[in-house]
Design a protein around this ligand. Sequence first.
Ligand code: ZN
Length: 240
Amino acid sequence: MIRITVWNEGKHEQEYEDIRLVYPEGIHGCIAGFLKKEEDFIVRTATFYEKEHGLSEEVLQSTDVLIIWSHALQEEFSDAVAERVRRHVLAGMGLVALHSAHYSKILRNLLGTSMTLKWRHGDRERIWCIAPTHPIAAGLPESFELPKEEMYGEYFDIPKPDDVIFLGWFAGGEVFRSGCTFTRGLGKIFYFQPGHEEYPIYYMDPIQQIIRNAVRFCMPAAEVRRELTNKEHPPMEQEN
Ligand code: ZN
């Protein structure tokens, strides 16, 4: 079984009627909804407004893969909770960061660069799968179109990814590394660009397939998950 926590800031859906119409259960509710259809997924949700943003030590200890969506409260997010998430990722917890979570404290702390990019509202995007053998690309077509999405363009200031799986092309001419994997410590990380809150992106089949694949890819093997420590080690022959 894969234990998943879907974390969403949850602010836009409360404040704007038009966004609530797109995501009446919140973005977290929509994502949890399609993930729950998988027999081997155990899914729960959390939002910014819960105590410790719903990401207590206990919750993270029992999470195999954390999915995050954030936008308006990036700076308000607790430094202590961001550090706690970082520690769990280094110890093997998987992380899937969606759309504007590129600029979350969690991702900035883990990846270390400015995470800045170009953006513009309301464009058409075509997503190209440029690593068809990667597990996150399983079952995906060569390309698919998002009729309306926020443009995210290069240069995207990320460290060199392990793999770039999806390349986004926008009708305005820009391109973007839309789906990238990273490893930090023992943890696998997938960043995926689509998912602006005004458009019904997370209802689309290929998007749901990518998120399902990403969860399975980022799931740590049982023997992997452990806190890494700096420790004196005896010569191998003295070990029993
Ligand atoms: Zn957006």
